[in-house]
Design a protein around this ligand. Structure first.
Ligand SMILES: Cc1cc2nc3c(=O)[nH]c(=O)nc-3n(C[C@H](O)[C@H](O)[C@H](O)COP(=O)(O)OP(=O)(O)OC[C@H]3O[C@@H](n4cnc5c(N)ncnc54)[C@H](O)[C@@H]3O)c2cc1C
Length: 430
C-alpha cells in the first residue's frame, strides 16, 4: 500500500483487461490509482476463448505483441458446419489478416503482464481482495468498502466483469435476462507445439482459429470455438442460457460432442486436458446496455455488456481494453475540472459513441435477435450443406441427378420459404 494516500484519485474494481487498461492510462497520466482484484493474481479468475483482436491495445501500447506473452498470431480462420458424422469446414487465410493482427492469449499470463504495465506506470495493484460494496456519501460513489475497511477516491471505475454485483447494488444494472447472456465452457488441451503445427498446417508462431455450429449444440443457440496456443489448444462452447433450459443436450455434453467430433478429434488427438473452466458471456448487444455512469462511478467491459458474439467472431477483449481506456480518458478530464458528477462523467458515453465499440455494436444491434430467432441456424443448415455436398462427392455408379435437382432436394429439408426468411433476416441484421 502506498503510504500517505488517504484518498485515491481513482479506484478500479477488477484487474481484467478493462480495469488494467483504465489503470494504465490514468497512472501514466499522473493520477494516483489503485486496482483491487479478487483473484490471487490478475488473470487468475478470467476465462476467455482466448483470441485477442489487437487493434485497441495497439493504440494504447504500440507494438505490444513484441513484449506481451501472446501465444500465436492467427493466420488461419476456419468456420465449421458440423453434422453428427461429418460436416463442412471453410478455411480462410490471407495476408490481409496481418493488417490488423489477432493473437491467441492465455489470460492468466496476459493479464499479469498487463498488471505489470499498470504498475510500471505507477498504479498500485492489490490482489486477493474482493470489494463487497461501494462507499457512498450523499448518493455519490466516493470509494469502496471491503472487509470493514473503507478506501476513499474521487471516482470508481467498475471493471468487475459480467456479473458486476456492485453495479447492481447501486441500481446501474439488473440481473441479465437469460436470453441476453450465454454460458461458455472451455478446456485447455496440452499438445506439443510441433504436433499443433502439423495438425493445423502452421509454422512456428502461427495460429489457427475455428468457430463451429451445427451438431455440437443439438440445435440450440451457440457453437464451438477452438484456438491454437503455443503448446496447448483452447476448445470450448458458448450457448445462450435461456436456451439451455429447453435443451436435451447439457453444456458438458455439448463440449464432449465438440471434442469427440470426427472432424475435430484428429486435431487434438494425443492431447491431455489440463484445465477446465466456465464463465458467463453477455451477448444481448446494444439494445440491452445498462446505465454506464452515475455520480462518481463508470461501468466498463463485460460489466457494461460490451461484447459482440456474431457466430464467426467473439469479441469482448478488444472492447474491454477500449472501454477501460475511454473511461480513464473521461476521468482524466473530470480530474482536470474537479467535477466527478454524473453530468461530467457522461463524457464517457460520448467517447464510447464515437468509438468503434458503439459503431460496431450499432451495426450489429439486430444480430442477437436474428441469432435467437431461428434454431434452423444451429442445426438444419449444416445438414443442408451436407446433403448437397454428399450428393456431389458420393460416387456410387448409380444414376446421377443434375445439380439443380440435387440442390432442390437438399434445400427442401429446410423449405424454400424458411431459407428466404432466414436469408432476409440475416442480411437485415448485418
Ligand atoms: C468461454 C468464453 C470465450 C470467450 N472468447 C473470447 C474471445 O475469443 N475473444 C474475445 O475478445 N473475447 C472473448 N470472450 C469475452 C472476453 O473474455 C470478455 O469480454 C473479457 O474478458 C472482458 O474483460 P473485463 O475486463 O470486462 O472482465 P473480466 O475479464 O471478467 O475481468 C473482471 C475482473 O474483475 C474481478 N472481480 C470481479 N468482481 C470483483 C470484486 N467484487 N472485487 C474485486 N475484483 C473483482 C474478476 O476476478 C476479474 O479478474 C470470451 C468469454 C468466454 C466466457
Amino acid at each position: 500500500m502506498k503510504r500517505g494516500i488517504e484518498k485515491w484519485d481513482a479506484i478500479v474494481v477488477g484487474g481484467g483487461l478493462a480495469g488494467l487498461s483504465a489503470a494504465y492510462t490514468m497512472a501514466k497520466n499522473g493520477l494516483e490509482v489503485m486496482v483491487v482484484e479478487r483473484g490471487e493474481h490478475c488473470g487468475a479468475k478470467n476465462v476467455s476463448g482466448g483470441r485477442l483482436y489487437g487493434h485497441s491495445l495497439e493504440k494504447m501500447i504500440p507494438g505490444f505483441a513484441k513484449e506481451a506473452p501472446v501465444e500465436r498470431k492467427i493466420v488461419r480462420e476456419r468456420l465449421a458446419l458440423l453434422t453428427e458424422d461429418g460436416g463442412t469446414i471453410i478455411e480462410y487465410g490471407s495476408g490481409k489478416l496481418d493488417t490488423a493482427p489477432s493473437y491467441s492469449v492465455n489470460r492468466s499470463d496476459f493479464d499479469q503482464w498487463m498488471a505489470k504495465k499498470a504498475e510500471e506506470a505507477g498504479a498500485l495493484v492489490i490482489t486477493g481482495i474482493t470489494v463487497r460494496e461501494l462507499y457512498m456519501e450523499a448518493g455519490k460513489v466516493c470509494g469502496i468498502r471491503s472487509d470493514g475497511d473503507t478506501f476513499r477516491s474521487d471516482v470508481v471505475i467498475l471493471a468487475d466483469g459480467v456479473n458486476s454485483l456492485l453495479a447492481k447494488q447501486i441500481g446501474m444494472k439488473k440481473e441479465w435476462n437469460p436470453d441476453h447472456v450465454a454460458v461458455g465452457a472451455k478446456e485447455v488441451i496440452k499438445l506439443d507445439s510441433q504436433t499443433i503445427n502439423a495438425h493445423f498446417g502452421l509454422k512456428d508462431g502461427e495460429g489457427a482459429a475455428m468457430m463451429a455450429t451445427g451438431y455440437v449444440t443439438g440445435g440450440k443457440i451457440g457453437g464451438g470455438f477452438l484456438y491454437t496456443n503455443k503448446d496447448t489448444v483452447s476448445l470450448g462452447i458458448v450457448t445462450t442460457v435461456g436456451d439451455t433450459e429447453y435443451s436435451e443436450v447439457s453444456v458438458p455434453e455439448m463440449l464432449e460432442r465438440f471434442e469427440q467430433h470426427p472432424m475435430i478429434q484428429p486435431l487434438i488427438q494425443e492431447g491431455k486436458v489440463v484445465e477446465y473452466s466456465a464463465h458467463l458471456v453477455p451477448e444481448g448487444g446494444k439494445k440491452v446496455l445498462p446505465q454506464l455512469v452515475k455520480d462518481g462511478v463508470l461501468l466498463t467491459g463485460d460489466g457494461a455488456g460490451l461484447v459482440m458474439n456474431l457466430g464467426f467472431t467473439v469479441r469482448g477483449m478488444d472492447l474491454a481494453v477500449e472501454s477501460g481506456r475511454l473511461a480513464a480518458e473521461t476521468v482524466l478530464r473530470a480530474n482536470g475540472a474537479g467535477d466527478f458528477s454524473k453530468e461530467a462523467l457522461s463524457e464517457y458515453e460520448i467517447l464510447l459513441n464515437e468509438s468503434f465499440i458503439m459503431r460496431d455494436m450499432k451495426q450489429y444491434q439486430n444480430f442477437p435477435g436474428f441469432m435467437g430467432s431461428s434454431h434452423r441456424l444451429y442445426d438444419d443448415y449444416s445438414k443442408v450443406l451436407d446433403g448437397l455436398l454428399s450428393q456431389l462427392y458420393v460416387v456410387d455408379g448409380k444414376t446421377q441427378d443434375d445439380i439443380l435437382t440435387k440442390s432442390a432436394r437438399a434445400v427442401a429439408k429446410v423449405g424454400l420459404v424458411n431459407l428466404a426468411v432466414d436469408g432476409i433476416r440475416g442480411l437485415g441484421a448485418l
